[in-house]
Design a protein around this ligand. Structure first.
Ligand SMILES: Nc1nc2c(ncn2[C@@H]2O[C@H](COP(=O)(O)OP(=O)(O)OP(=O)(O)O)[C@@H](O)[C@H]2O)c(=O)[nH]1
Ligand SMILES: [Mg+2]
Length: 446
């Protein structure tokens, strides 16, 4: 996420930290470079200008110049101002005084409305709520089917209209059913167009007038940068948005939309989409995002993901097995699966402070492939073989290699790694005299 911007800023601040004392000239020069980096990341130029104005004012103040670590103070100021720029604190979903809460999702075609509707339903259900998804996109017949499929996958109810009704009727009827059946919140998946046009705005305006949504959230494709900001401005004028959701932040986005949207529209980013999977939606935290951009990592989000993925019971069983030195290849595979369940390695690396800047780090995508290969090899073994790898003779290794689409050398390497790991764990256990291993930690390879 925002790798290019992050690298640029890190380079600038590294230089700044190298100076024992900072002069106004040093700071002015650094901020000129920051400005270029922001513009290259496609940040709105007015937003960049006023941002730098605020940073400059604080950076040439006593708070920085008199400090023993002026370079670090500048980074702190930038971090605080970036956080403020993106809205300061996280902005929770509003609740209607009278249930159901109605969340209307709007946006251009392909921005991710339908997918986000599904993700949001999933997220809210995990919080113990009973959402209703509403297929209010009657433009394309396939749109309703797409939402219905999502609903089936998630086990969330989807409201679909009989033929011949209008989107306004669909939404009104859905809300009234939700009220009667105590479903809450109601999530409206509306139609998108390639560009903003009058009929679309009128349709959305009519729905708004009829059901008075608690939230009108615009779903924006972060990959489209300033175009996203411009269309948000137009939607905001017509519909009074209450917030935005940025999707596709897992892609190669430069960061312009994330950094500008709040300042330009005055509405908060509420959620971010980080992948096509239905659990890839997170509450947006401006301070954590600022940390990621400045290469400080995002340990809080990492811990949250770990908590979601790791099962405390399983961790306990694992710890017992480790103590009894009964950790098998099967357990090893379970650990790998849990690790992969936390998301793409590339995202995880970005959350660990400083790790993305370490030179010579193996490429995350290659590592991901390696993990998959290891899983495939273990999958190709029989349960007995997983319990007792010492029974794996040449013939068995050959069978496993061809079963997993790998080579005998790959199988040998894994078995050696596993044996080394067992040896290391035995030593650790002895060193700790049966003391506790850190909980919830996946094992690293190699
Ligand atoms: N990588 C990635 N892909 C996403 C994300 N959100 C949505 N997508 C993908 O974007 C494409 C369009 O998503 P939809 O949810 O159908 O978009 P939409 O806004 O409903 O589109 P229309 O109904 O045609 O206006 C799909 O292929 C999604 O899988 C995200 O956060 N990350
Ligand atoms: Mg859609």
């Amino acid at each position: 996420m925002f790798q290019a911007l992050s690298d640029r800023l890190n380079g600038i601040f590294k230089k700044l930290r190298g100076y024992g004392r900072l002069t106004e000239e040093n700071i002015a020069e650094a901020l000129r470079e920051v400005r270029l980096a922001l513009l290259e990341a496609d940040v709105n130029f007015k937003v960049a200008r006023s941002f730098l104005e605020r940073v400059r004012e604080r950076a040439i103040g006593r708070e920085v110049l008199d400090s023993l670590t002026p370079g670090q103070q500048v980074v702190k100021v930038v971090h605080e101002e970036l956080t403020a720029l993106m809205g300061g604190a996280a902005s929770p979903l509003r609740s209607a005084g009278q249930p159901p809460t109605v969340v209307m999702l709007v946006g251009l075609q392909g921005s991710g409305k339908t997918t986000t509707a599904g993700k949001l339903a999933h997220l809210l259900r995990e919080q113990g709520r009973r959402p209703l998804l509403v297929a209010a996109d009657l433009q394309r017949p396939a749109a309703q089917e797409q939402l219905a499929t999502l609903g089936r996958t998630l086990g969330v109810e989807v409201y679909r209209a009989a033929g011949g009704t209008s989107p306004v009727d669909v939404c009104r009827e859905a809300v009234s059913q939700a009220r009667a059946r105590l479903l809450d919140p109601v999530i409206l998946d509306t139609a998108g167009r390639l560009h903003i046009d009058e009929p679309l705005m009128q349709e959305l305006g009519a729905i708004t007038a009829e059901v008075k949504p608690t939230e009108t959230l615009m779903v924006l494709d972060a990959m489209t940068g300033q175009d996203a900001v411009n269309s948000a401005t137009a939607f905001h004028q017509a519909l009074q948005l209450t917030g935005t959701i940025l999707t596709k932040l897992d892609g190669d986005t430069r960061g312009g939309a994330a950094l500008s949207i709040r300042a330009v529209t005055g509405t908060p980013i509420k959620f971010i989409g980080l992948g096509e999977k239905l659990d890839a939606l997170e509450v947006f935290h401006p301070d954590r995002m600022a940390s990621r951009i400045l290469g400080m990592g995002d340990v809080l989000s990492l811990v949250e993901r770990a908590e979601k993925t790791f099962d405390a019971k399983q961790a306990e069983t694992l710890q017992k097995k480790l103590k009894a030195q009964a950790f098998t290849l099967e357990d090893f595979r379970d650990q790998l699966r849990q690790l992969r369940g936390m998301g793409p390695l590339e995202q995880l690396v970005g959350m660990i402070p400083g790790l993305s800047r370490v030179k010579g780090l193996p490429d995350a995508t290659a590592q991901e492939k390696e993990l998959k290969r290891v899983e495939a090899i273990i999958d190709s073994m029989t349960p007995g073989e997983r319990q007792r790898p010492e029974m794996l003779n040449g013939g068995r290794r050959k069978r496993i290699a061809s079963g997993s689409g790998t080579s005998v050398a790959d199988v040998n390497r894994l078995l050696k790694q596993f044996a080394d790991m067992q040896k290391m764990m035995r030593q650790l256990m002895q060193a700790g005299k049966g003391g506790r291993l850190p909980k919830n930690l996946p094992f690293s390879l190699g």
